[in-house]
Design a protein around this ligand. Structure first.
Ligand code: ADP
Ligand code: MG
Length: 709
């Protein structure tokens, strides 16, 4: 190597081995990370059992003498050996085996075996047990089993973790950060807990280890929950140091807000009034709001958004409203134009519309209005956050159905909106951010709100507008389709409208489409003379718009659609929703869909058509979902059950990515520790900021930025 080149660190020079690469891929880089890669279960190799005292399903280690050993071909090539330990005998089966295995299992030889014991009509058997020489020393501690991948053999990983743990324990990586007097009661030390969990002594209860109720596990969970609380609280406090425009409540009687209030066709519910006030107070402060507005489908979030927008415009700032789909954005646009345009026009202000499918000419004129400030309100899809969009003075950003946006999009939004050029120059020179209002119809169960969403302020609309009749939900087998068509006919005669939703078949959009087109054709045949529309995501935007507007105006009786109507669509005269292949939908999706009806005074119904599929039965989770739908219409209860069925990972969707997920703590059982962490976090940040920083670094490394999105 020529000597003018800088020395390359040795780790860079050698190509990584397969297991090394696998370690890297699992994020096991620092000794700390290795030490925190805790076993998912343990195997007990410290004792010997006997066949006579074992039961079906036991993980058994025992010593026995080989009675017979041969290769058989029934049903496929395998090595079969019968062993006996005096108390009983057991058949061993190996489908993959080396010649030396036959040696090890020579008739008459005594061997030590370990594996899962199966009891059956033909006596005990064991598949692929580990085979060792009898009489070798027993393990002194329970053997940890780590989650791993195919490229990463357990033995290699065990060694790597052991090395990492030893190095981490030698360094100051795991010195205590939590002040002793604030530890949870009866808490173990951190280093002691780690050491123990990787090498538990044989006398410990396996059950306590496995259900993670052991004090060592409790300690790790406490640490983890605290890290999560700290990082979120920190994010919140950092945000509070930023400046935001003061959107003071106008007292003018001819202001935009006052005029909007005057034209609203209904009186706000108590819950709406409460959240409107919460938001109004927030945005009137010079600190960026970061608030989640949650309210069940149909609870009336749009008007709350409109009132906040009006307050913002009165204060002389622009407001942006972003929705996840074009149809939804379109609906918002139509509604807001209706409410606000008459008020804004005399002031020389406009409502702008931005979407991906827009013609260039129209878009350019919209962009110009956004930039020169003529657009007081900008409504659109994620086109709103594109690079070319420059606000003159953005004061408030509202995201509807926020859970439909991914982490990256939310992050892009916040970064974009904190662009210096997004703002008018402010005298203070401090960083600027607009206020952020996120809306969601998927309520967050309490424990999730306390953990993953701890950095947000939450407003909840817990009351539906008056005069709604509850939606009756029926589960109906696909074979009774004809009855449903009769029902549709009856509803149509009463002047009502109907949604028919076709399933999403994930593997193939083409199949999806055929499904919807076929259903559309069937319904047209069955209901001659009725206008029946078809809506799916592959249609040109203009056609979608035309179909939707016929339905909104009431000329169209039935709308057959894929899930494009899932969010936000609002047609109060629709009173029946049929969901085909309901067993394929997620719970919150079903709830969202159902929320499209029951928006007017008429009694509404939702029919969940299910088919049993090729196995002739529904899966357990499908059954649980459908049952939940039939049993409750309450969005909070639905969310709770959804969390139960899916677990937080999937429930959180894209928010889960990064290191944000809890690995050890389980929100369903660790509520007390969660509360402890929630109380301790502010105290740690105030009184022990250095410890807090160390704690977060240890757990989240460089990844805590992701949590702020
Ligand atoms: P969501 O919370 O699902 O976004 P929307 O904002 O679409 O709900 O409101 C659902 C329907 O209820 C709309 O037709 C809306 O105009 C109506 N609405 C909202 N608030 C009230 C109220 N206080 N009284 C009567 N109707 C209301
Ligand atoms: Mg909505």
């Amino acid at each position: 190597m020529p000597d003018h080149q800088p020395p390359v660190p040795s780790t860079e020079r050698k190509p990584l081995s397969l297991p090394q690469k696998a370690l890297r891929k699992m994020g096991l880089l620092r000794p700390v990370d290795m030490a925190l890669h805790l076993p998912m279960r343990y195997e007990d190799e410290t004792k010997l059992g006997t066949l006579g005292s074992a039961r079906d399903g036991d993980n058994l280690q025992f010593e026995a003498v080989v009675q017979s050993c041969q290769v058989v071909f029934k049903p496929r090539r395998q090595l079969q050996a019968v062993v006996s330990d005096g108390s009983d005998s057991c058949t061993l089966r190996f489908f993959n085996f080396y010649p030396n295995m036959q040696k090890a299992l020579e008739v008459g030889r005594k061997v030590r075996l370990r594996g899962e014991l199966r009891g059956g009509f033909m006596g005990y058997s064991m598949m692929h047990p580990t085979v060792q020489a009898a009489g070798s020393p027993l393990a002194a501690a329970l053997t940890p089993v780590y989650s791993s991948t195919a490229e990463l053999p357990q033995a290699y990983l065990r060694k790597a973790v052991q090395g990492g743990l030893a190095r981490a324990l030698q360094s100051d990586a795991f010195t205590e950060t939590i002040p002793r007097e604030h530890l949870p009661p009866r808490s173990w030390g951190l280093r002691e807990s780690l050491q123990f969990l990787h090498h538990p002594s044989p006398d410990v209860s396996l059950a306590e280890l496995e259900d993670r109720s052991h004090p060592a596990w409790q300690r790790l969970k406490a640490e983890e929950l605290l890290a999560q609380q700290l990082s979120q609280l920190q994010a919140k406090r950092e945000r509070q140091l930023l400046n935001a425009p003061v959107l003071a409540l106008s007292t003018q009687t001819d202001g935009v807000l006052a005029q909007l209030q005057a034209v609203l066709p209904f009186k706000l519910t108590g819950a709406q009034t409460r959240v409107v006030n919460e938001i109004a107070n927030d945005v009137a402060r010079a600190v960026p709001m970061h608030r989640l507005l949650q309210g069940d489908v149909g609870s009336g979030k749009t008007v709350v958004a409109a009132l906040a927008a009006a307050q913002c415009i009165d204060a002389g700032w622009q407001c942006a409203l972003m929705a996840p789909t074009e149809i939804l954005a379109e609906q918002h646009f139509a509604k807001l134009i209706g409410w606000l345009a008459p008020v804004l026009q005399p002031l020389g202000l406009q409502v702008a519309w931005l979407t991906g499918s827009q013609k260039k000419k129209e878009r350019d004129s919209m962009l110009a209005m956004v930039e020169n400030g003529e657009a007081a309100l900008v409504v659109g899809t994620h086109a709103v956050i594109q690079d070319k969009v420059h606000f003159k003075a953005l004061g408030l950003a509202i995201i509807d159905e926020q859970h439909r946006f991914g982490v990256a999009q939310r992050l892009a939004l916040r970064q974009k909106l904190s662009d210096a050029e997004t703002f008018g120059e402010q005298a203070t020179g401090a960083p600027q951010e607009p206020h952020l209002l996120m809306m969601s119809a998927t309520p967050i169960p309490r424990t999730l709100a306390m953990s993953y969403y701890a950095d947000l302020d939450v407003s909840t609309i817990d009351e539906l507008p008056p005069g709604r009749t509850p939606i009756v939900t029926k589960l109906v087998a696909e074979t009774r389709r004809d009855e449903i068509i009769e029902r549709i006919r009856a509803q149509l005669q009463e002047g009502r409208q109907i949604y028919w939703v076709c399933p999403l078949i994930e593997e193939s959009e083409a199949l999806d489409l055929r499904n919807a087109t076929d259903t559309h054709q069937d319904l047209c045949n069955a209901l001659p003379g009725v206008m029946i529309g078809l809506l799916h995501s592959r249609m040109p935007q203009a056609e979608k718009k035309a179909v939707m507007s016929l339905f909104v105006q009431g000329q169209m009786g039935v709308l057959v659609s894929t899930t494009v109507i899932e969010v936000g669509v609002d047609v109060p005269n629709a009173s029946l929703m049929v969901i085909e292949h309901a067993e394929r939908f997620g719970l919150s999706q079903l709830h969202q869909l159902r929320g499209r009806v029951g928006r007017g005074a008429a009694a509404s119904a939702c029919v969940l058509l299910y088919s049993l599929g090729e196995h002739g039965r529904l899966s357990d989770t499908a059954r649980a979902r459908l049952r939940a739908m039939a049993e409750t219409g309450d969005g909070f209860e639905i969310a709770r059950r959804d969390l139960e069925i899916r677990g937080p990972g999937e429930f959180l969707g894209s928010r889960q990515s990064g290191a944000a997920m809890l690995r050890f703590a389980d929100l369903a059982v660790d509520t007390e520790l969660l509360e402890w962490a929630q109380q301790l976090a502010p105290l740690m940040l105030d009184r022990y900021p250095a410890n807090a920083a160390r704690h977060v670094e240890r757990w989240l490394g460089g990844k805590s930025d992701f949590l702020k999105a």
